[in-house]
Design a protein around this ligand. Structure first.
Ligand code: NAD
Length: 478
């Protein structure tokens, strides 16, 4: 174990306590590295450093911010293969997916380098004579970032980049199982020309470091991506102190397949959406809702296609699906497979662990023919396990698609303009896909959901300005 990943507080690298193994889920005998965790006192220091750095950074020039973000974006893009390899080893995504994620993180920094130079404002005529009204955007302040493990480069990028672009300072707490990717980002940021304290990284647990961050009185805003139970608990905590929050949480995303769909395309959308990235995407298609007329044919085609999917080490060419990211997530996935059997769902594919050359958390892509009331059709699993549901017709399919507490993404495969248009208008989700997988979005447009999936302003694209700034209205009489 050669690499040691540390925290970064007030411009200093902090080793932290204990040598925690950064597990490689494809090869449990060979960890990626090790890391030390910091404690609540270190977390408080990070928030205080960010607060101390705020006045200067908030008034830095847009060019200075653009240059920093451009530097970070350029370095990530130049090193995308190497960073992708680290991501693949640490999180388990296949190498092409991991390199793609690294590239996306670089593009996001580049996008917000441009946005730093385009911070919007307005000047309006007053209703009173001789008075000018100006509406400007100012940084919201010290931003706490709490991130999940499933996109360990892209999600931090789409939070850190806009935070810095709009003049905020940052304390970033990544998920415990991806310290290497967090460290790699912090390493680049530490060399980008930021004044000390503007960006801080704290490695540690949710209940320790995460809680110390959320509870700190100098925190001005919290952006969280993670599970719905954690997000809703943090939301209640934030409400008590009127902390500005943005929450992106779980999903139980439907993909509707109508009888008039191109079935080859629909199967590819389903396999990609449900199983790529090992199904560990908040936008994964975990409910495949298929119109009765093509249900049997679609099920048979899915079985044939899944039989060809190769599960294994994400660094190995030809592997389609890497391991489940952690032992805890594997236990969850296996418990849901048990729940599927217990609820009487019919196993159509997978359902068991896969042997590989090295010991790892490999799980076969699993498909159940289920009922809408089954747990596997209602609760977020966050693994390569999907539920196939039968719909009488389009109206029934739409009703099933909307019959969930979540509302992140909804997809439909159809050649009917009428049904595609109706679905876009009536799907209760923040994002809708027509003839595309539910997972896989552009970095320059808003991302987010409705219902229990999201809370607060949207992330990404120009809509990010809503969360990372606060508006000031100034009146002037000459
Ligand atoms: P999680 O909720 O377990 O953890 C998310 C983060 O919160 C981690 O950094 C964790 O350490 C921290 N945390 C946990 N308890 C905390 C506490 N009490 N106080 C402060 N911080 C705490 O989620 P996860 O397992 O890392 O990620 C998977 C989840 O993320 C899934 O539900 C998935 O749908 C969701 N997700 C959502 C989106 C989206 O944009 N909607 C994107 C990716 C992942």
């Amino acid at each position: 174990m050669s690499r040691r990943f540390s925290s970064y507080i007030a411009g200093q690298w902090i080793e932290g306590e204990g040598g925690h193994a950064d597990e490689n889920p494809s090869d449990l005998a060979t960890p990626v590295g090790e890391y030390g965790v910091v404690d609540a006192a270190h977390t408080a220091q990070a928030v205080e450093a960010a607060a101390a750095a705020l006045p200067k950074w908030a008034f830095s020039t847009p060019q200075q911010r653009a240059d920093v973000l451009d530097f970070v974006g350029s370095e990530i893009l130049a090193r995308k293969e190497e960073l992708g390899r680290l991501l693949a080893m640490e999180e388990g995504k296949t190498l092409p997916e991991s390199i793609g994620e690294a590239a996306r993180a670089g593009q996001i920094f580049k996008f917000f380098a441009g946005e730093a130079l385009r911070i919007p404002g307005e000047k309006l005529a007053s209703t009173r004579p001789g008075v000018d009204v100006e509406i400007t955007r100012e940084p919201v302040g010290v931003v706490g970032i709490i991130a999940p493990w499933n996109f360990p480069l892209a999600i931090p990028a789409w939070k850190i980049a806009p935070a810095l672009a709009y003049g905020n300072t940052v304390v970033f707490k990544p998920a415990e199982i991806v310290p290497g990717c967090a460290w790699a980002l912090a390493d680049i940021l530490s060399r980008a020309g930021l004044p000390e304290g503007v960006f801080n990284l704290v490695l540690g647990g949710g209940r320790t470091v995460g809680q110390a961050l959320v509870a700190h009185p100098r925190l001005d805003a919290l952006t969280f991506t993670g599970s719905a139970p954690t997000g809703h608990a943090l939301l209640r905590q934030a409400a008590e102190r009127a902390l500005k929050v943005q929450m992106e949480m779980g999903g139980k995303n439907p993909l509707v397949v109508l009888a008039d769909a191109d079935l080859d395309k629909a199967v590819e959308c389903a396999v990609n959406g449900a199983y790529f990235s090992t199904g560990q995407r908040c936008t994964a298609s975990s409910r495949l809702i298929v119109e009765n007329a093509v249900y049997d044919e679609f099920a048979a085609r899915m079985q044939a296609r899944l039989a060809k999917v190769r599960v294994g080490d994400p660094l190995e060419p030809g592997v389609d699906i890497g391991p489940v990211a952690s032992g805890a997530q594997l236990d969850t996935d296996l418990a849901y497979i048990e729940a599927g059997h217990a609820d009487g769902a019919e196993l159509l594919a997978g359902g068991e662990q896969v042997e590989w050359k090295t010991p790892g958390h490999f799980l076969a892509p699993t498909l159940f023919a289920a009922k809408p009331s089954d747990r596997i059709a209602r609760e977020e699993i966050f693994g390569p396990v999907a539920a196939l549901l039968r719909a009488d017709d389009y109206e029934h399919a739409l009703a099933l698609a909307n019959d969930t507490e979540f509302g992140l993404c909804a997809g439909i495969c159809t050649n009917s303009l009428k049904h595609a248009t109706h679905f876009k208008r009536n799907a209760q989700a923040g994002m809708v896909m027509v003839n595309l997988p539910t997972a896989g979005v552009d970095p320059h447009v808003p991302f987010g959901g409705r219902k229990a999936s999201s809370y607060g302003p949207r992330e990404q694209g120009r809509y990010a300005v809503e969360f990372y700034t606060t508006v000031k209205t100034a009146y002037t009489s000459a």
